[in-house]
Design a protein around this ligand. Structure first.
Ligand code: UD1
Ligand code: UDP
Length: 376
């Protein structure tokens, strides 16, 4: 291993920025030489720049500017761009996050170039290959050299797929590190005043292809959301993916449904912190509501994050059942079945990951226990 190894973090989409910030910060504190490669999968200022500012992420060393496209076009552009940047930067380790197309492309390029990789948020499974993310998860985990898991269920999924336990570390959830770091700044009042939202409100975020890509799905979802809005005013920071389709289905800005631009990280979590209810199909938002203790209804048939149901405030619903479930959640408030947060969701995942990476790059044969992590 070189004297002064280089770690590259590959980030492309909104949730990647949130997961990477604590890892970058913790590696920085260990004096690691590192850089961020932004693939440009998300490029609007409100989907990207605002996160770099809110999370204190350093400027990327490269931006591939791949933009949007079909899966094939976007992934192809990502592969070409990633290969060039990995060859030019010559990293000792490439760290990828989550399950987006940028994650998949980066891991594939590194595997072919013989560059070692780490995957943060390994082992989550929805067991639904109709989700593009599930394909990305399986391929990414099968090619990674180091796998960082956020919940114990991930360990059994990886074991079942034949991933050696020695590669896997249960480290907690860096997305929750970011949430804890932001907590002192999370004040709903200014956002609520700016958006003109009343005291008691719900928040909805909807962007899964299965929910927003066809007119039929969008109509069913919107009619359920409008029914919820008859019970409580609802704010919808709209993801660009669903903007047109959901508007065509009748989700338009008005007094009981506020359809607004995507919010920056601190504004969004402030709004969620003050909400009586969240309706979502986001992965990250299921986890954040669990920690903030806000009832969450996830409009999906499955989740790769079941720990947010067993240890959190999350429930899965169909669009048809959403209005009744919202009524019940608003009456009952948040109740976590186990009464405790998922293990190691304590704000220290970034430092755990950084310690493992640093020791691993030095070739230290530390046991996971010695590194402050566990694996099975
Ligand atoms: C991607 C991820 C998804 C993740 C989500 C987080 C994949 C396959 N999907 O979905 O897992 O939950 O990010 O938000 O990687 N667009 C803009 N501006 C932007 C970015 C996108 O207008 O800055 C629009 C474009 O019309 C684009 C569409 O959103 O075609 C979808 O973008 P894309 O990155 O392909 O997928 P997401 O739906 O954002
Ligand atoms: N988020 C945000 N502004 C918004 C909506 C979401 O800052 O308007 C944050 C949210 O707090 C979470 C992350 O974006 O940290 C999740 O991104 P998204 O839902 O797009 O992706 P997913 O988690 O579904 O992959």
């Amino acid at each position: 291993m070189r004297e002064n190894p280089l770690v590259l973090h590959v980030l492309g989409a909104r949730p990647n920025f949130v997961k990477a910030a604590p890892v970058v910060r913790a590696l920085g504190e260990l004096g690691m030489r590192q850089g961020i490669v932004h693939t440009g999968q998300h490029y609007d200022a409100l989907m990207s720049d605002v996160f770099f500012a809110d999370l204190g992420l350093p400027e990327p060393v490269a931006n591939l500017g791949v933009g949007s496209g079909t899966h094939a076009r976007q992934t192809a552009a990502l592969l070409v761009g990633m290969e060039e940047v990995v060859l030019a930067q010559d990293p000792d380790l490439v760290v990828v996050y989550g399950d987006v197309n940028s994650t998949l492309a980066a891991i594939l390029v590194c595997a072919k170039l013989g560059v070692r990789t780490a995957h943060v948020e390994a082992g989550l499974r929805s067991f639904d290959r109709g989700m593009p993310e599930e394909v990305n998860r399986i391929v990414t985990d099968s090619l990674s050299d180091l796998l960082f898991a956020t919940s114990p269920d991930a360990l059994s999924h990886l074991a079942a797929e034949g991933v050696p336990a020695s590669k896997v570390h249960l480290v907690g959830n860096p997305m929750i590190d970011s949430l804890f770091a932001a907590l002192p700044s999370l004040d709903p009042t200014p956002v609520v005043e700016r958006l003109g939202v009343p005291g008691r409100y719900a928040v909805a975020t909807l962007h899964r292809p299965a929910n927003v890509d066809t007119p039929e799905a969008a109509r069913e979802l919107v009619s359920a959301v409008l029914e919820v809005a008859r019970q409580i005013p609802i704010v919808v920071p709209i993801h660009p993916r669903g903007r047109t389709r959901l508007a065509e289905a009748g989700l338009v800005d008005g007094p009981s449904v506020r359809v607004v631009d995507p919010l920056g990280y601190v504004d969004f979590l402030s709004l969620v912190r003050g909400a009586a209810l969240v309706v979502t199909d986001s992965g990250g938002v299921q986890e954040e509501t669990t920690v903030l203790g806000v009832p969450c209804l996830t409009v999906r048939p499955n989740t790769e994050r079941p720990i947010t149901i067993t240890h959190g405030t999350n429930r899965l619903v169909t669009p048809a059942l959403l209005p009744a479930a919202a009524g019940k959640a608003l009456a009952d408030g948040a109740a976590t079945p186990s009464g405790e947060l998922p293990p190691l969701w304590d704000g220290a995942a970034g430092p755990r990951i950084a310690r493992v990476i640093s020791a691993w790059l030095k070739g230290d044969n530390l046991s996971p226990a010695a590194q402050g992590t566990r694996s099975e």
